[in-house]
Structure formats: structure tokens, C-alpha cells
Design a protein around this ligand. Sequence first.
Ligand SMILES: *Cc1c(COP(=O)(O)O)cnc(C)c1O
Length: 435
Amino acid sequence: MQLYSTNNKDLSVSFKEAVFNSMPQDKGLYMPVQIPRLDQDFIAHIEQYSLPEIAYKIASTLLKDEIPEKDLRALIEDAANFDAPIVKLDIKTFVLELFHGPSLAFKDFGARFMSRVMAYFLKDGEQLLDVLVATSGDTGGAVALGFLGVPNTRVTILFPKGKVSEIQRLQLTTNGENIRAIAVNGTFDDCQSLVKQAFADEELNSKFRLTSANSINIARLIPQTFYYFNAYAQLKQQGFNAVVFSVPSGNFGNIGAGLLAYKMGLPVQQFIAATNANDTVPRFLETGVYETKPSVQTYSNAMDVGAPSNWVRIMDLFNEDQAAICKIVKAYVFSDDETLLGITEIYSKYNYIACPHTAIGYLAAKAFAAENPSNEAANVFLSTAHACKFPDFLSVAEPLPEQVSMLHQKEELYTELEKDFEGFKKYLAESGLKI
Ligand SMILES: *Cc1c(COP(=O)(O)O)cnc(C)c1O
């Protein structure tokens, strides 16, 4: 697979290069030069296959020239080792649960696959890969647990002290091995600024092999297509042929992967972009004017993005054709008050506990169904995180999944730093070239 930059279609880099660069120098995003379609026969009989089998089919269609079959199979088995079940709520409403991975959020799919792809491309004896990540919550946990124990890699995670939930903090600080956590006396923006300065620092770059693991890496997008195909397979088993996916969206990576799956031949009737008050994309779909704005804080904080970084990928997938995008993507916006009502309603109607992000997906699916009462398609909303990660919004106490209950028995280890770059640079510079 060759990739170009959304800012320069003449560029052509290998998958390996795109994975380690994360972003082209021209600040565009990497996109495949060609998007292959899965063979018709496979899709026609997809209900016969398991998630790892479907994942292998997609990955091999995209990456057969980069990673030989045997290695790719092993990589997929290891990366896609947890389920993504659909749960039926009523005759045609389903929730696609994406929170059964190690950090209890859908970002595990991307992070786990990316870490293994990076480890695969690192040759024996090559310099240790140093991954720097700033996190406001969910990304850090997925990256930490995704890279935990992956040979020849070391992860340094910066989080704003006191500003992540307890479970999120424990997921960052109890790992040890090749994972280091830093509590920064500042905000998420301060953390991100420290990481950016490190990437721009010549001295650090000459000593360490630095890379970012952020959500725009192409190796995070690809594995997110797996669960869309797998959800379709599960719906076919239940007799559905048409499907509507409602996707709680912030940076638009998740729905972007859904649209990539669609371009690869997945039959989807409709995508729904479900957002909170950060409504840059819904406004664009309505007015044709793309205007970013500073993010505002909401209860669904993993979706508080005013300038969604993956949107250019979606525009690129549809050759900038706004009318075509408006046809396949509908958007709905919900306030914090509506989010709370949504959580309560899912619980009272279906006895189902949803996190604030998932509740927005539910509300959007419901709004679309109300506007299309005779639609026979399965209505699927994606659950992007386990409700226990957002305890302030839990409608009732529920037993904690084992990924969480065991965290409390582990020792927390982290370094505290101020938000000035000199301190962070000294911390990095003093670490050895081996773990
Ligand atoms: C990251 C995240 C989202 C938003 O996903 P995007 O790919 O950025 O649109 C939604 N919900 C949760 C729980 C998340 O962690």
C-alpha cells in the first residue's frame, strides 16, 4: 500500500514510512493511493467469519505487499484478541460494544494494532523506539496498554495532574515495564505543548528515536474498519441486510474508519455523526462552510474537539464532494442536559448502562429513526467506552470489569513535572537508551 498526503497527491510513501512519520511534513494526513474493495463473495458470506478472520481479510487486502501472510495473521491474532459484540436492545436497535479491550474504550483497537505494526517493522538491534503521548484521558490508557510489553519500544505519557478520572490515572500509572507516566502540573494543552517541543528539539532527536502515537496515524485508522465489517456480519446472522451506524464523534477517526470500510465495499445505508456542542462538522454539513472553533467542555469530554483532525480524510475519501458526503453522513448535535436524559432513558427503557459518549450515539440513532419511521434497517449505535470510566454519570452501581478491579491492587508509579520544557527535556535526556 502506497500513501499520499491529503496536501500533496504526488507524494508516495510506503506504509512503514507513514506509520513511523505519523504525519507528512506538509501537515496533511496520509491516505491510501488506492482503496481496494474486499471481494464480493467474502462480503456475501461474511456472517460465516469471526472477528479475527474478518480483520485478517481486510488487513491482507490492504497490506499484503508490506507484511507476509504468516506474520500478518500472527499480528492480527495478537491485536484483535477481544470481542466487539452487538447487543440487541429492541427489534431493530442494537448497541455495538467497543469497550472490551484492555483500556475499556474503542481506542484499544487502534492502539493495539499500531503498536504491533511498529514492533514488527522494528528490526532486531535497531534503536529503541520512544513514543511520546500527551493525553486528556482515553488515548493515554489505550496507548499505554497497547504498547505494554511490546519489545524495543518505550512509552512516555504526559497527563494533566488531577484532571483525569481515577480509572484513567490508574491505567496510566500502574504499568511499569516499558511505560512511564508523567503528571504535569498544568492542563492537557500544556502536556501537548511539551510533547511538541520535544519533537522539535534537535538534541533530543539526535539522541532518541522519537515518535508520536496520536490518533491521526494511519495504523490506528485501519483496525477501526474491522469492527464495522464484523458488526455487519453479526447483523446478517440476525437476518438484517441494511444497517445504519450512529457514531459518537470528536476527532472523526472512528466514523472516518466506517467510511473507509464503506469505500472498501461494506454495504451501509447511512452513517450518523453524533456530536456534543462541538458541532463543527454538523454546521458544515448544514451550511457548506467549514469553520473550526475553540473546543468547549462537555460531559462527553473525549468528543470535545473544535477542529476535528480526521475530517480532511473524510473530505478526501469523497473527493471533496460535499453533496456526496451529505448523502451518506447525517449529523445530530446534543447538549449536556440531553446527554443526561439520554443516559437515564437508555437505562429505564432497556436496562442498559451507557457512558455520556454512547448516550449521544443513542440519541442520534433515535432521532434518525424518528425521521425515517418506515426504515427497515438495523439501527446500530456505537458504544465507545465502558460506562465505569465516567463514574460521575453512572446511573446505577454496576460490577467493575476485571480490567478495572485489578488496577486498585497495583502500585502507582509516576513522576511529577512542572509545565516548563527544560524540566521535561532534562527528564528525557537523563533516561538511558535502554529500558
Ligand atoms: C476518542 C473517543 C471518542 C471520539 O472518537 P473520534 O474518533 O475522535 O471521533 C468518543 N468516545 C470516546 C469514549 C472516546 O474515547
